[in-house]
Design a protein around this ligand. Structure first.
Ligand SMILES: O=c1ccn([C@@H]2O[C@H](COP(=O)(O)OP(=O)(O)O[C@H]3O[C@H](CO)[C@@H](O)[C@H](O)[C@H]3O)[C@@H](O)[C@H]2O)c(=O)[nH]1
Ligand SMILES: [Mn+2]
Length: 738
């Protein structure tokens, strides 16, 4: 452990945030005032006021959760340079990459992820990289073999010249071309490496066009095949181990998506290298800061009490992000303030990628039991980890030893044993997926797994080195963005309505109360769609039915909602400006938030209802990743990138309906203004402004009404939404007469 007399490995800094806190409290106060107003005006305004009151109660509740999340902002700075003085021997790290579909996830992207991992600044003999391929794709395997050959020149090149970007596709595009002033040797080598990389890309590209001949994969059906395990690099000077795994799949066995893949990776690596630390990255992320493992180690070895560092999470940043974040999915602000806030409570949630785990924590150890092995009988071990003796032994080694006395050196296990633990029957009757490993039962296995770890009392660390440790790609078209947010919200609701919900973890486990509230804020995303949907329709309802839910413009009470609106928007805007984003990015995120909330999250609610009544299971729909090399001409790409796209999916119906209803209401309202007779049933100005705002928030759909091809909403969707909108306006009128 760290020697305390010398300088610390990290520093914990409290971020000053008194002004944001004051504004947050002011908004909360105003929200309460607004609630009070609705209660008082229930008599005059009736039903609309009641609905407004209910919705705003939800918003207020959610705001309290937000304030809780952001209250104490904490940041960490690591000093990797000090590691050598303090840690005599660096521990081994097993690095996991998951891929699931060679079509949605182009192998060249995955290969760049692997290359960037192989080339990190860390003793290579301490590293092993395991690639899990749920697509059992011969192309992926072929690419990996070719990549391992290229790694033989790429890794030494990066280390020799201290290249800062170690994913070749990023390095070779980012104006890395050597200038005349560079040493001649470097210019030469640069050229060779670049040529070799281009050849690698070409080979993979060619292979993707033709059938890849391979004994290993002859007659492999990706949904029904035995485990395929290949050691691609075993002992090679200067390179980490590299192993390809495609776990067994059988139609009758649920494979539990990514969580299942992670557990197979954990077991196979447990047999082969059994490193005490695990790093996992998705195939769409690559290492952007070669010192990343050292940063993580500063935290693991720097904390005084192990308990304070169960896992180390790095943020997800995205490269080549479209300008001003048109799809609102770069999550810069979310990651910044939320994770920094969580860091001040019990630590960030586990985000599924860019995270270092302690293997023993993954094996279910709690911080109060520093070691477990002595207490576990052979039956216990078998129940937890499965039958295989070799694996039980490896687990005992992990559960008993101190973090850096693990085996190092070559791969130790026989492939037979490894094949066994990669089989789908192995987990049967064991604790894998419940007490041990990545947890099953949610499409957001990451949040569920992290929750389980924090429930045991572990804290986690949010680590934000400069340059960013990892970069990835975010979906860049309408449908995949919506599908992704829907999957997240669905997975989160699955957790909320299960026995693993944070409330239970707080009552029976060691999850801190404020951390529980933080989880709640995330888990209820899907449910928020209901009040948001009602609220998006309420102004239109009021205009069509000549009723009110807001004060009139000449009443002093109007100041309350107006002030909330203004202050809230300035507050969120300032968050964007403070991290250096534009006001355009802020606006894009605001409207995507409204759209996601009323569409993807609403559909998440539907899937949960279907699941709860037992009609269908939720699935993990893999996000389409962008090709590193785009087929579109550059010009074409610049014009159209960032333009929202649509498809036949019903997910676009709510948005279109909301737009149509509000347009109708605006029209009705304008006509109403003309014939205004200044009595009680006049059209409310405040309601009209609200309608206008809703139309602005849904302006993407407005453009979609007239767009062509994938930029337009399909006519079937417009038709269905039209019918719904018509139904709604009739309902408004009918409710007045009734
Ligand atoms: O059956 C499956 C499905 C997915 N994956 C892998 O899981 C990762 C994440 O999938 P992706 O489609 O990229 O989903 P995202 O929405 O981008 O992922 C975010 O959300 C997931 C939970 O929904 C987390 O697991 C991820 O870490 C997090 O980045 C990828 O490497 C996939 O190859 C598998 O290995 N097996
Ligand atoms: Mn992804």
């Amino acid at each position: 452990m760290a020697n305390k007399s010398s300088q610390p490995l990290y520093e914990r800094i409290h971020v000053k945030n008194s002004i944001p806190r004051a504004v947050e409290l002011l908004i909360l106060f105003l929200l309460f005032l607004l609630l009070a107003y609705h209660l008082i005006s229930l008599k005059n305004h009736g039903i609309p006021s009641l609905f407004a009151f209910l919705c705003e109660s939800c918003f207020t509740f959610s705001w309290i959760l937000v304030i809780n999340c952001k209250w104490n902002q904490v940041r960490y700075i690591q000093y990797p340079d000090r590691l050598p003085e303090l840690v005599s021997e660096l521990p081994a790290v097993d690095m996991f990459v998951t891929t699931a579909d060679a079509e949605l996830e182009p192998p060249i992207l995955t290969m760049n992820t692997v290359l960037s991992l192989l080339a990190v600044d860390y003793p290579p003999q301490k590293l092993s990289c395991y690639l899990s391929d749920d697509g059992a794709s011969p192309l992926t395997y072929y690419s990996l073999v070719e990549t391992s050959k290229f790694a033989g020149i790429w890794v030494p090149f990066c280390k020799k010249y201290e290249i800062s970007i170690r994913a070749p596709f990023r390095y070779f595009t980012s104006c890395s071309k050597p200038s005349k002033d560079d040493p001649f040797e470097f210019q030469q080598e640069w050229k060779t490496v670049k040529d070799k990389y281009d050849m690698l890309c070409q080979k993979i590209e060619d292979a993707s066009q033709t059938y890849v001949p391979s004994e290993v994969f002859s007659k492999v059906d990706k949904k029904n095949h035995p485990p395929i395990l290949k050691v691609v690099v075993d002992e090679e000077e200067g390179l980490p181990h590299l192993v390809y795994i495609s776990r067994e799949k059988r139609p009758k066995h649920p494979h539990n998506f990514k969580a299942g893949a992670m557990n197979v990776l954990t077991r196979v690596s447990g047999l082969m290298t059994n490193a005490p630390f695990i790093l996992n990255v998705d195939c769409d992320m690559h290492v952007n800061n070669p010192q990343v493992i050292l940063h993580a180690m500063c935290m693991f070895f720097g904390v005084e009490n192990e308990k304070d560092c169960g896992f180390v999470q790095f943020p997800q940043h995205f490269y080549d992000g479209l300008n001003d974040d048109p799809f609102g999915n770069q999550m810069v602000v979310l990651f910044k303030y939320l994770a920094q806030g969580l860091a001040g409570i019990q630590g960030p949630v586990y985000a599924g990628t860019n995270c270092f785990h302690r293997r023993k924590v993954i094996y279910g150890l709690s911080p109060v039991h520093k070691a477990l092995s002595g207490k576990l009988t052979d039956e216990d071990l078998e129940r937890r980890f499965g039958k295989l003796n070799e694996f039980k032994e490896s687990a005992v080694q992990i559960l008993s030893a101190s973090p850096h006395s693990q085996n190092q050196g070559g791969l130790i296990s026989s492939l037979d044993a490894a094949n066994l633990v990669a089989g789908c029957a192995y987990e049967h009757g064991t604790c894998w997926g419940t007490e041990v490993g990545w947890k099953y039962g949610s499409a957001t296995e990451d949040i569920l797994t992290g929750l389980g770890i924090q429930e045991k009392g572990w804290r986690s660390i949010f680590c934000t080195p400069e340059p960013p440790a990892f970069l990835g790609c975010a979906p860049s078209c309408g449908p995949s963005t919506m599908i992704q947010t829907k999957r997240w919200a669905t997975g989160l609701l699955e957790i909320l309505f299960s026995f693993k919900s944070p409330i239970i973890s707080t009552i029976y486990g060691n999850l801190q109360f404020r951390q529980c509230l933080a989880y709640m804020w995330i888990l209820i995303w899907g449910l928020r769609s209901i009040p948001e949907l009602v609220y998006a329709l309420l102004p239109a309802y009021c205009i069509i039915s000549r009723s009110h839910f807001l004060p009139k413009v000449n009443e002093p009470a109007i100041l309350v909602p107006v002030t909330i609106f203004v202050i809230y928007n300035l507050y969120t805007l300032s968050e964007y400006l403070r991290v250096g984003l534009s006001s355009r990015a802020w606006w894009n995120n605001q409207r995507m938030a409204r759209i996601n909330c009323t569409s993807s999250w609403l559909f998440a609610c539907f899937s949960i209802i279907l699941k709860l009544i037992g009609l269908s299971e939720t699935v993990f729909e893999v996000t389409q990743k962008n090709q590193a090399t785009d087929d579109d001409g550059d010009d074409q790409k610049n014009i159209n990138s960032g333009k929202f796209t649509f498809n036949e999916s019903p997910i676009f119906i709510p948005g279109t309906t909301i737009l149509l209803v509000n347009l109708t209401a605006l029209a009705v309202g304008v006509v109403g203004f003309r014939h205004n007779n200044f009595d009680e049933s006049e059209v409310g100005v405040a309601e009209m402004i609200c309608c206008l705002c809703v139309v602005l928030y849904f302006s993407i759909f407005f453009k979609g009404l007239f767009g062509k091809g994938k930029y337009g909403i399909p006519s079937a969707t417009i038709f269905k939404s039209g019918v719904l909108a018509l139904g709604f306006t009739h309902f408004c009128k009918w409710s007045v007469q009734a």
